[in-house]
Design a binder for this molecule. Sequence first.
Ligand code: GLC
Length: 392
Amino acid sequence: MESLLQQFTRETGIRVRDLPVPETTLDQLDLSRRLLRQAAAGPDALAVDVIWAGVLQPDLVDLQREVADEFPLLGPQLLRSYQADGKLAAVPYTVQVGVLQYRRDLLREYGYQRPPRTWDELEKMAARIQAGERAKGHKDFWGYVWQGAAAEALTCNAIEWQAAAGGGRIIESNRTISVNNPAAIRSWERAKHWIGWISPPSVLAYQELDSLNVFDKGGAAFGRIWGGASITHIALFRQMHWRNSLAQSITGYTTIPGGLTGGAGTLGGSGLAVSEHSSHRKEAIELVRFLIRAQIHSNQVDERAVVDRAGSHGADSASEAGRTSEAVIRTKLVVRPSTETGTQYEHVARAYFDAVHSVLTGEKSASIAAAALEKELVRITGLPVGPPLKGD
Ligand code: GLC
């Protein structure tokens, strides 16, 4: 980012000061909201998590004509996630998708030819590898690490569990609340069962960096992580090379396991927005255009590099996903119900991750938590209750 901003200043003469942001998305939302309310004293341009477009929209400029129209390569599904109240509140900039990382060396050692496709398979592999590693003296080795703290990262994990089980996406595209259903309840119960068995009890306090640290120091066989996709091809992901602590050659990436209908990865990422109160609107829009152009270019270069590498090895292709850490993998997406709930998504998400967390800690049974959550979501949104939609 720093060198990009320097290049922008060289090309345009516009100087940019980059402000630091907190680690978690809810803290980032609080800060953005506070700063935007300072009107002209706040930021001119900012990055906005894909789920907050509806919440921050009143303070943001409509970028459809000013920016998006210039980039026809941006996918309509991605643009829709940033639309709120008929306005394009941000232009997609980074795209993340939930994926499963695994230890290729350990899978091979324990006789597995391929990574797990279902949660049943993951449980079997994780339990067996964990027992084997512990028997070798690696006492604190765990099968599977993920993000179980009462935070938005848990929303992303849990919506993947339930969507793949046919349990819907909390609130469906027809704006009905679907969360209190047997498939969602069973999927939460399954995750609770992992804790203390294949996942450490501390997973209840993990966010992304915590599980990453355990996996990277060789402490787990599987981990849920964000994969990077490109803003022009969101259904494909590859791991971004922003860390290399565990040798690339022993880490594999594949789609999140699923049930009968296959797994799905949560759509994450962020878009670039311009403050409605900025006194440098023209310059801020110029910066957004510059960054999007650079991102599209670097995505295209990345994609070419993957294709070239696949060609030279002969074997890697999307159909052999998971065979190498460089493979480009096609995944199904699950989208959090932020466009359906707009300004209320923040309250919906807090109610959801608190409910799931109370199940994971054993404070509430899954069926009681789901029934109470359903009531709470009706109260927050005023929407009706309905079944999960097929193909949502
Ligand atoms: C990542 C994703 C974002 C998500 C967050 C949850 O930053 O890009 O969409 O809300 O993780 O922790």
